[in-house]
Design a protein around this ligand. Structure first.
Ligand code: DMJ
Length: 557
C-alpha cells in the first residue's frame, strides 16, 4: 500500500474522489438505488465452469466485485457535469435533434416490433433473422445504454422491464458467437455498469456461460456458430475449409475480461488469453494477420487481410484491451503497434488526388477498395496515438485525420451525402463505389464513430459539422413514416429503402452522434472504452480496486 487510501483517517478524502460537480439527477440515475450495496453473484450459474477452470488466473481479479468499489474507482462521474449538455446552444439543439431521432426510432420499434430483433419500418413489423440463435429483443438490449445516457428514462424502464420479464436465454437456436457477444453480452454489461442493476449482470454472466462450449476446439480458437441450447458449435458454411474469422474470434476480449471481473470466474479471461497467445506466436505474413484461421490446426487458411469486414474489430480490440487494462496489458499494446506498422507498410495508400486509404491485401496483391466498415480505423488510430512511440504521436493523429477525411469524402461524393458500403480507388475512382452491389447504406456507424473520436481528440469543429451533415442526410433519406431504414443506392436521391432498422443504428450510430454533440465529460475516455457495438465498458483501475478492497474492510469496522 503506497497511498494513504487504506487508512481510516483518509475516509473523507476517499469520498472526495467522486468529483463535486456530480449532477444530482445524474447521480440518482447512476446509483439506481443500489449503488451502496455490495453485489455478489450467486454461484449457481457459474459454479460448474468455475470448478472446471484451471488454476492460472491470467490477471483475473481475485477480490469479489462490488459496484460500490467500481464506482469509487472511476476518475470522473460517468454522465458528466450536466449529463454532458454542451454550453453552446446550437450544439445543444443538434444534440436534442439526435435524441428526438432515438425516441422516434425506439417508439416505432416498440409499436411495431416489440420483442423482435429489429424493426421493419416500411412493412411495420418485426424481424427476427438467424444471427442470435433464437434470442429476441436485440434492439432492446442494444438500446439500453443509449436510452440511459440520453435520459430517456421511461423508455429505458420499459426496456429494463422487458429484460426482466421476457429476455429468455434458454433458446436453442444457432447463433453467431460474435454477434451475441458484441450486442447482447456487451449491451448487458454496459447496462449493468451504468445502472448497477444486478439483473443485467446476472443475465450477462448467464449468457456468457452459454458461449463457452464454442471454445472446445483443438486450439481453443472458437468456431463462429454455436447452438445456445446444446453447446454444439461449427464454422460458417461460407468460411473456407472450416475456418474461424479473425474479426469474430478476435472480438471477444473486452467483454470476456469483464465477465471474469463480474463473476470472479477466471475462465472467460483464460479463453481470450489463449486466443491472444496463439495469435501472438503464429507466424504472420509481412507482420499481417490474415482473416481466416483453422480452429483445428491453428494455421492461417488463406492470405486475405482487411481492416474492413472480416478483420476490422480484431485490431480495435487490441488497442482497446490495452486501454481497458489501464494501460497494463503490454502484450496487447505490442501486438497493436506491430500490426499497425505492418498495415502502414503494406496497406495504407495515397490516391492520385491525395486521399489516404486502407487497401485490402490478397497474398501480396492489393485490392484498392475500402469498405465502410474500415472507416472505424480513423477513430482507432486516433485513440491509440498517445501510447505508441512518442515521436509517432503526431504521425498517428495525422493518419487518423486523413483516413477520417477520406471516409467523409465517400459521403460528400454521393447524391444522398451518405456513404456506400465500399468505395474504390482504381479505374479513375476516388472514394466512390464503382459496382452496383456496393452502393447501399444500411445505417452503419463507422464514419460517424471516427468523427466522434476525432472531435474528442482535436476539438476541430469540422467533425461536428460533418456529423451534422450526416444527421441531415439520415433525416432526408432514411427517415420514413415508421422509423429509419437503410437505402439501396446512395448515388440517387430517388431512394429505395431496404426496410430494416438495424439494431446498431440505435446502439452505435445515434449514440456516437449524441456523444459528438455532447461535452467530453459524458462517458469520459479516461474511464470508458466502447466495445465494437458502442457499448461503454469501464477501464479496470486495478490498483485502485485493490486498494479500495482493503479500505472497505476499514470502513466496515
Ligand atoms: C456492428 O455490429 C459493429 O460495429 C461491428 O463491429 C461491425 N458491424 C456493425 C455496424 O456496421
Amino acid at each position: 500500500m503506497t497511498s494513504g487510501k487504506g487508512e481510516t483517517s483518509t475516509k473523507l478524502k476517499s469520498l472526495s474522489r467522486k468529483p463535486s460537480v456530480s449532477h444530482e439527477a445524474n447521480e440518482e440515475r447512476m446509483a439506481g438505488g443500489k449503488a451502496q450495496e455490495d453485489f455478489t453473484l450467486p454461484r449457481s450459474k457459474t459454479e460448474s465452469a468455475l470448478e472446471k477452470a484451471t488454476s492460472s488466473d491470467h490477471g483475473a481479479n481475485s477480490d469479489t466485485f462490488t459496484y460500490k468499489k467500481f464506482k469509487w474507482c472511476l476518475l470522473k462521474p460517468p454522465l458528466g457535469r450536466d449529463d454532458g449538455k454542451p454550453s453552446d446552444p446550437k450544439t445543444n439543439e443538434r444534440r436534442e435533434k439526435v435524441k428526438e431521432m432515438m425516441k422516434f426510432a425506439w417508439d416505432n420499434y416498440k409499436r411495431y416490433a416489440w420483442g423482435k430483433n429489429e424493426l421493419r419500418p416500411l412493412t411495420k413489423n418485426g424481424h427476427i433473422g438467424n444471427m442470435f440463435g433464437g434470442l429476441r429483443g436485440a434492439s432492446i438490449i442494444d438500446s439500453l445504454d443509449t436510452l440511459f445516457i440520453m435520459g430517456l428514462m421511461e423508455e429505458y424502464n420499459d426496456a429494463k422491464e422487458w429484460v426482466k420479464t421476457s429476455l429468455d436465454l434458454n433458446s436453442n437456436g444457432e447463433a453467431s458467437l460474435f454477434e451475441v457477444n458484441i450486442r447482447y453480452v456487451g449491451g448487458l454489461l454496459s447496462a449493468y455498469y451504468l445502472t448497477g442493476e444486478e439483473l443485467f449482470r446476472n443475465k450477462a454472466v448467464e449468457l456468457g456461460e452459454k458461449l463457452l462450449p464454442a471454445f472446445n476446439t483443438p486450439t481453443g480458437i472458437p468456431r463462429g456458430v454455436i447452438n445456445l441450447g446444446s453447446g454444439t458449435s461449427w464454422s460458417w458454411g461460407w468460411a473456407s475449409a472450416g475456418s474461424s474469422i479473425l474479426a469474430e474470434f478476435g472480438t471477444l476480449h473486452l467483454e470476456f475480461v469483464h465477465l471474469t471481473e463480474l463473476s470472479s470466474n477466471p475462465i472467460y479471461t483464460e479463453k481470450v488469453m489463449n486466443i491472444r497467445k496463439l495469435l501472438n506466436k503464429i507466424e504472420k505474413p509481412h507482420g499481417l494477420y490474415p482473416n481466416f484461421l483453422s480452429p483445428v490446426s491453428g494455421n492461417w487458411v488463406q492470405h486475405h487481410v482487411s481492416i474492413g469486414g472480416l478483420g476490422d474489430s480484431f485490431y480495435e480490440y487490441l488497442i482497446k484491451s490495452y486501454l481497458m487494462s489501464d494501460k497494463t496489458d503490454d502484450d496487447a499494446k505490442k501486438m497493436y503497434y506491430s500490426a499497425l506498422e505492418a498495415i502502414e507498410a503494406n496497406l495504407v495508400q495515397k490516391s492520385p488526388a491525395g486521399l489516404t486509404y486502407m487497401a485490402e491485401w490478397r497474398g501480396g496483391i492489393l485490392d484498392h477498395k475500402m469498405g465502410h466498415l474500415a472507416c472505424f480505423s480513423g477513430g482507432m488510430i486516433g485513440i491509440g496515438a498517445d501510447d505508441g512511440a512518442p515521436d509517432k504521436r503526431q504521425h498517428y493523429l495525422d493518419l487518423a485525420a486523413e483516413i477520417t477525411h477520406t471516409c467523409h469524402e465517400s459521403y460528400v461524393r454521393s447524391a444522398t451525402k451518405l456513404g456506400p458500403e465500399a468505395f474504390r480507388f482504381d479505374s479513375g475512382a476516388e472514394a466512390t463505389a464503382t459496382r452496383l452491389s456496393d452502393r447501399y447504406y444500411i445505417l452503419r456507424p463507422e464514419v460517424i464513430e471516427s468523427y466522434m473520436y476525432m472531435w474528442r481528440l482535436t476539438h476541430d469543429p469540422k467533425y461536428r459539422e460533418w456529423g451534422w451533415e450526416a444527421v441531415e442526410a439520415l433525416e432526408e433519406h432514411c427517415r420514413v413514416e415508421s422509423g429509419f431504414s437503410g437505402i439501396r443506392d446512395v448515388y440517387t436521391t430517388t431512394v429505395g429503402h431496404d426496410n430494416m432498422q438495424q439494431s446498431f443504428f440505435l446502439s452505435e450510430t445515434l449514440k456516437y452522434l449524441y456523444l459528438l454533440f455532447s461535452d467530453d465529460d459524458l462517458l469520459p475516455l479516461e474511464d470508458w472504452v466502447f466495445n465494437t457495438e458502442a457499448h461503454p465498458l469501464p477501464i479496470i483501475h486495478r490498483s485502485c480496486l485493490q486498494e479500495e478492497a482493503t479500505q472497505d474492510k476499514t470502513v466496515s469496522e
